[in-house]
Design a protein. Structure first.
Length: 277
C-alpha cells in the first residue's frame, strides 16, 4: 500500500497589479507582514502584468480592474486558462462584481480594503490553492505510477487498493516458432494447448496450429508456468483456457477447454490440479 503525504508549500508567490503607485505601496505594506505571502513583482498596467504573469507563473495576483489601455478583464482574457493564477480583483468600484466572478476571480475587494475582508480573501486563497496543489500532486503521482506499471491508473483509491506491485504490467512472453526462414512470435497467453509428436510440437493457438521442432522437456523450460502447465507426458495446456474438469475412475482427469477441445491430465501430473482451482 502507498501512503501519500501531500505537503503543501506555504509560500504564495504574489504579484500586485495597480496603475496607482500609492495603492500598490499600501497593499504591499499590508501583505509584507503576512508570513506566507511572497511578493515577487509589481505591475503598473495590464500589459506589464500580462508579461510578468506569463514569465513568473505566480500563485496569486491582486489585480486592479480599471487601468488605461489594458484593464484587468483584458489581462485575464489574454492568459492561457491552464496557467491562470488565483485572481483577487481590487477596485474602487462595485459595478464589476458580477463580471469579476464570471471571469472566475476568487474574490473581489473594494478599495479601501478593510482588514477583515483582506483576511477573508487570503483564507479563501489558501484553501483554493491547497486544493489545486493537491489535485496537481495526485495527477502527477498517477502519471508516475502509470509510467512505472505500464498501466493507466484511474485514481489514488485504485493505487491504495491494488498497490504498485500488483499494477505492474507483466509483459506477456512469446514463443518463437521458426518456419521456412521466418519466425512467428506467438504470445503464450494465446496458446490453447500443445501436444507432442516425437520431437515435434503442435502449438494450437486461436484456431491455428504451428509446428515446432523441439523436445517437450526443452519447450517446457521456455514456457511461463503461470500460463502453461504440463498435464501429460505429451500435453501442455493453458491453465486459463480450462473450462471444466472431470474426474475419471482411474485417477485421471479430463480437462475441457473453452474452445471445446478435451485433453487428459494423467495421474503422474495430479499435483498440477492446484493450477486449475
Amino acid at each position: 500500500m502507498i501512503c501519500l503525504n501531500i505537503a503543501m508549500t506555504n509560500s504564495l508567490r504574489t504579484i500586485i497589479v495597480d496603475d496607482e503607485a500609492l495603492a500598490r505601496r499600501g497593499l504591499k505594506h499590508r501583505l509584507s507582514d503576512i508570513d506566507d505571502i511572497d511578493i515577487i513583482a509589481e505591475a503598473h498596467n495590464g500589459r506589464e502584468a500580462l508579461k510578468l504573469i506569463t514569465e513568473t507563473t505566480p500563485d496569486l495576483v491582486f489585480l486592479d480592474i480599471q487601468m488605461p489601455g489594458m484593464d484587468g478583464f483584458d489581462v485575464l482574457r489574454a492568459l492561457n486558462p491552464e496557467d491562470m493564477p488565483t485572481i483577487v480583483f481590487v477596485t474602487a468600484f462595485d459595478d464589476y462584481a458580477i463580471q469579476a466572478f464570471e471571469a472566475h476571480a476568487l474574490d473581489y475587494l473594494l478599495k479601501p480594503i478593510e482588514d477583515e475582508r483582506l483576511d477573508e480573501a487570503l483564507e479563501r486563497v489558501r484553501d483554493f490553492i491547497d486544493q489545486k496543489r493537491a489535485v496537481k500532486h495526485k495527477k502527477s503521482l498517477l502519471q508516475l505510477v502509470g509510467q512505472i506499471t505500464g498501466q493507466a491508473v484511474g485514481s489514488m483509491e485504485e493505487i491504495s487498493r491494488k498497490g504498485v506491485d500488483q499494477l505492474k504490467k507483466k509483459e506477456t512472453p512469446k514463443l518463437a516458432i521458426k518456419d521456412s526462414g521466418s519466425t512467428t512470435l506467438v504470445p503464450q497467453d494465446e496458446i490453447d494447448w500443445i501436444d507432442a509428436a516425437g520431437d515435434y510440437m503442435c502449438v494450437h493457438s486461436a484456431g491455428e496450429t504451428y509446428i515446432l521442432r523441439m523436445t517437450m522437456k526443452k519447450l517446457e523450460a521456455e514456457l511461463d508456468p503461470d500460463i502453461l502447465q504440463r498435464v501429460h507426458r505429451s500435453t501442455i495446456v493453458n491453465v486459463n483456457q480450462v473450462r471444466e474438469m472431470q474426474a475419471h475412475i482411474n485417477g485421471e482427469y479430463f480437462l475441457t477447454l473453452k474452445n471445446g477441445h478435451t485433453v487428459k491430465l494423467s495421474r503422474s501430473y495430479k499435483d498440477k490440479l492446484k493450477h486449475f482451482g
